[in-house]
Design a protein around this ligand. Structure first.
Ligand SMILES: [Zn+2]
Length: 417
């Protein structure tokens, strides 16, 4: 049966001007036709969903989250919670994301999302399409390596999938690690090429893997058809990652001219992850029960991070939207449209921010042309909001209608109140 969805305006995710009085025809899980209401033929037995007054857009995509069922910001807590418990907790977040209009997400670090993805694909639970790296990779001592524990304990926790990041040293182990991740069901690879804000012993500016190790990780991933995301704050680690050929730079706090040139040359995406900073560092933000070093390091990088974004955006580096939310309040899943507001605040137009969270995000995370746009032959993943988000980007944080793979997940338009 054909479903026809009508609205007031369509923003198709490509950056093209909006279409007035649009209609989207859906067959099964696929969009069969898109046009103005006058252009789309309506069969007599078609189901018509009338969203007049609303703007239709592609389902939103968050290119950087952790859908891992964590309840605190404590690494020890994460490592001692069984993956099964984490995965069960994450089912609630998956549902929240979908109802907030996020029909696809990329999970960058943690084992639970591998299993969550499988359950969603089996139709057991509802959630967005998941692209996941499973656990990330670090070198011994790298960001997310729990220095409090003897290295022998960390090796055991690695084998039990209880660590956030798996430790690999030397090019051979790097290649082996990538192969293991592929075998576990990962769709992409996440590496940390610098320290992290939440790492006591590895400040964000400290470089991680050697060039040789990074080359091995990226080459092996690409050889096997997996894209690579690099968590990278400091300039040296960012350069190492770009030179190795990673597909996305996450955070990118200290970009210099050379990094920006290289990103333009190689088509590397920047995922600036503004939301995590807003939640924790903005005056009046709820903040987290955070550590002294986490807050200090977050504040230290903030100015540079914003300048890096400005330069990259000015230069025309490709940008994809990602929050780095982990589900712990205030970084609660379901509030992820915050990143679009942050991108607009940082100088993007509303249309550019929407593109960053739809077609660009789909491209950056390797979902292909069927996601991130409202177009014939694409997946029937789209949302609707009251009013026009080009005038007020914040409207995207209150999605009234969600369809994923042709299934109506949420439709406030017909709710009896
Ligand atoms: Zn992250």
């Amino acid at each position: 049966m054909t479903t026809i969805v009508r609205g007031k305006l369509l923003i198709d995710g490509t950056g093209n001007p909006p279409i007035a009085d649009p209609a989207i025809a859906v067959e099964g899980d696929t969009i069969s036709a898109v046009g103005t209401a006058g252009e789309i033929q309506v069969d007599r037995d078609a189901r018509v969903i009338d969203l007049s007054g609303m703007t239709l857009l592609p389902g939103l995509i968050d290119a950087h989250i952790h859908l891992e069922g964590w309840k605190t910001m404590d690494l020890m807590d994460w490592m001692t919670t069984p993956v099964a418990v984490s995965a069960l907790r994450a089912t609630a977040d998956a549902r929240r994301l979908l109802e907030a209009g996020f029909t696809a997400v990329r999970c960058l670090g943690g084992a639970a999302s591998l299993y969550l993805k499988q359950a969603i694909e089996e139709g057991v639970i509802q959630g967005p399409r998941i692209v996941t790296s499973g656990r990330s990779f670090i070198q011994t001592s790298g960001g997310a390596d729990p220095w409090e524990l003897p290295v022998e304990c960390v090796e055991v926790l690695d084998r039990l999938e209880q660590t956030l990041a798996d430790t690999v040293d030397g090019p051979e182990e790097c290649r082996l690690g990538v192969r293991r991740r592929l075998r576990e069901g990962a769709d992409c690879i996440k590496i940390l090429t610098t320290g992290a804000v939440h790492s006591e012993h590895n400040p964000p500016t400290r470089v991680g893997f050697t060039q040789e190790e990074t080359d091995a990780l990226v080459d092996e991933a690409h050889r096997l058809g997996l894209k690579v995301a690099a968590h990278a704050h400091g300039t040296a680690g960012i350069r190492t990652a770009i030179l190795a050929g990673v597909d996305t730079i996450e955070h990118g706090s200290y970009l210099d001219e050379e990094c920006i040139e290289l990103m333009l040359e190689r088509g590397t995406y920047l995922v600036p992850t503004f939301s995590v900073g807003r939640c924790n560092l903005d005056p009046g933000a709820d903040g987290l029960p955070d550590t002294e070093y986490g807050l200090r390091q977050g504040r230290e990088i903030r100015g540079a991070h914003r300048r890096s974004f400005d330069q990259a955006y000015e230069a025309g580096v490709k940008i994809a939207a990602g929050t780095d939310f982990i589900g712990v309040p205030p970084m609660k899943h379901g509030l992820n449209a915050m990143e679009l507001e942050c991108l607009v605040e940082a100088g993007m137009s509303s249309m550019e921010a929407i593109v960053a969270a739809t077609s660009s995000a789909a491209d950056a995370i390797g979902l292909g042309a069927r996601a991130g746009t409202v177009a014939a032959d694409g997946w029937a993943d789209f949302v609707a909001v009251e009013g026009n988000p080009l005038d007020r980007i914040r409207l995207l944080s209150d999605v009234a209608f969600v369809m994923k793979a042709g299934e109506v997940i949420k439709n406030r338009a017909t709710t009896v109140e």
